[in-house]
Design a protein around this ligand. Structure first.
Ligand SMILES: [Zn+2]
Length: 129
């Protein structure tokens, strides 16, 4: 896991505030979520990804993206890990192979995991402490 997705690290600044705010709003224990960066995955893919309880980030990951990825974490808690991953892979297939804009909430509402998470991240407002 460390080689693939990188070492865990502690969020700070706005990203930490965002994660704490989402955890409070959505009522889950943030200490169960591991944030990672620096793994092999990032050599091939610049997108953030949520894999089980790990959220893989980049150096430029911002608060809205943290909210987006934590929405995926919540989806995986609600659906179960296997269902969540299967849907995620299916959606990436729709997007990559068939050209379906699965991130487009205005088109699909919460139909897709990505459209739901994108809406959540886009509308996330960080309240400063
Ligand atoms: Zn996503």
């Amino acid at each position: 896991m460390i080689g693939t997705f990188g070492a865990t690290y502690k969020l700070d600044g706005d990203n930490l505030n965002a994660a704490e705010q989402v955890a409070k709003n959505e009522n889950f224990d943030l200490s169960n979520v591991k944030f990672r960066k620096g793994g092999i995955y990032q050599l091939f893919n610049k997108r953030e990804v949520t894999w089980n309880s790990s959220i893989v980030t980049n150096n430029d990951t911002n608060a809205k993206t943290i909210a987006h990825e934590l929405k995926h974490y919540i989806q995986s808690l609600n659906q179960g890990w296997a269902n969540f991953q299967a849907r995620g892979i299916y959606e990436q297939f729709l997007k990559s192979i068939l050209g379906v804009p699965v991130y487009d909430w205005t088109k699909y509402g919460n139909k897709y995991q990505e459209s739901e998470a994108q809406y959540y991240g886009d509308h996330f407002i960080l309240t400063t402490k």
